[in-house]
Design a protein around this ligand. Structure first.
Ligand SMILES: N[C@@H](CCC(=O)N[C@@H](CS)C(=O)NCC(=O)O)C(=O)O
Length: 206
């Protein structure tokens, strides 16, 4: 099995945490999705990471596709349960974090092709910023209320929430428009006891 990945993508991180929690610690094959890596392009018409290539050659693109494949082929109780008994709650909370992640990645990508101020201050840029601020505020309230499990194997809400807070700290550190997020930062610290979380922190490869 091959996981085509990079070291910064929050989508890759979600897939990697889920894979490790399900007992599949695959050494990622690092590719640059922006350089049209031929292996990535062959496996995924969208040329995006993460893409998981199964042993029989079947490629699975999309972080949520990989999560669903894991849930279907490595079910609980033999393996970690990424959804748990409160499916609606877990998926609802995961959706808030995924909205933040999409807004953050969109902002970073558009900055690549246009001047930062130009995009960030446009109506769409401000909308993405509002999504990040409001989404993190909602996640913060959920974390403060103890609704996101902070110990043991994380379910998808915890995986997406920790990925969101760590990605914002990585890409938007000290942004004045972000709310205070003590509960989410505590969640991140606590979940870092899991190898799946500790081993997948985002970094810029040299
Ligand atoms: N919806 C996809 C998003 C994947 C994605 O956008 N990956 C980015 C890296 S953060 C990428 O490979 N971008 C390259 C491109 O858009 O050409 C998922 O959940 O996996």
């Amino acid at each position: 099995m091959q996981l085509l990945a990079n070291t910064t993508s929050p989508y890759v991180r979600i897939a990697r945490i889920a894979l490790i929690e399900k007992g599949l610690n695959i050494d990622p094959t690092i590719v640059d999705p922006w350089a049209d890596d031929t292996r990535l392009r062959a496996a995924n018409a969208a040329t995006r990471v993460p893409t998981l290539v199964l042993e029989d050659g079947t490629p699975i693109a999309e972080s949520m596709g990989i999560v669903m494949w894991l849930q279907a082929t490595r079910p609980a109780p033999a393996h970690a349960d990424l959804i748990g008994s409160d499916a609606a709650g877990v998926l609802s909370r995961a959706g808030v974090a995924l909205g933040v992640i999409d807004a953050a990645v969109h902002t970073i990508i558009i900055r690549k092709v246009t001047a930062p101020v130009l995009f960030d201050e446009t109506p769409v840029g401000l909308r993405r910023r509002r999504t990040m601020a409001e989404g993190m505020q909602r996640l913060e309230s959920l974390a403060a209320a103890g609704q996101i499990r902070s110990s043991g194997a994380p379910t998808l809400d915890g995986i997406c929430a920790v990925t969101a807070i760590d990605y914002l700290n990585f890409r938007f550190a000290d942004a004045p428009w972000l709310p205070a997020m003590p509960a989410l930062n505590a969640l991140s610290t606590s979940l870092r006891e899991r190898p799946s979380v500790a081993q997948t922190m985002p970094f810029v490869a040299s």
